[in-house]
Design a protein around this ligand. Sequence first.
Ligand SMILES: [Zn+2]
Length: 298
Amino acid sequence: MPRVSAVHVLRCGRVRVRPQNLQRGRSPELWWTATSRRWSAWLPVNVVLVVHEEGVLLFDTGQSPRSLAEPDYYPGRRTGGLLGAVVGWAFRRQAQFEVPPTDTLVSRLAEVGLSPADVDTVVLSHLHQDHAGNLDVVPGARVLLAPEELALLSEPHPELHGVLPGAVVPHDADLQPLSWSALPSPLGPGGPGEDPAFTAGHDLYGDGTLVALPTPGHSPGSVSLLVRRPDGPPLLLVGDLTYDCDRLERGALPGTGDAATQEASSRAVLRLRESEPGLVVVPAHDATATTGLDLKKS
Ligand SMILES: [Zn+2]
């Protein structure tokens, strides 16, 4: 049996954002958050399921239907005072979500013959609610995330990073920090005089098939996951590093996050692709990314 025997893209909700979020422009985030009148097309919220010999893994968990049903899911004046009111306003201005019954994590898992109890491990690209939103659906899973992202939960105001611990992180969640250690050999071209793309990462099962890599910028602890399959090109699941590969190649950065860090991570991913022929980059909100995977689509 191959170490990785199946990969499925599960569409767990959909989102539309401001054009300035898809691609960074000249106006500051606060300005376009307040003034933008346009929305993007509806985009998927992609969760990727990997069946590995050691267990079933999810990269991200998608948007929760609770976000549409619970009035206090997002911060507001009643729950968070003035700061809550401002953060809640920013959430509502920047993105809109839908989670039809077909798009719940439970429904999507059932489509591939699995139940939440089958999920052993979750790797989070980051803690935003459209990525970590369904942790409550898989209470038995260990949840791996970057130590830099985990640290946000200890800050006085995680909501200033777009993180809503009360709504997203169950109090008994088994959160475990990824540990960044030197890879046996650097990933990337690394010719004479060239910087390798990645020198540190976390090889989940020690076999090189699933390697978490630090790609900060969108959030302080954003993570990508390299997936090596026996029957197709390798995949790099990049979360919100970019909205689509075309923008990644053009160096067009998304509108939220630290631009310089986003740019460095984007360059590292492009360098990695030079040394991994056929590497398929899979952004979390790219509708077309799944068409190149030769995988079962959801
Ligand atoms: Zn995000």
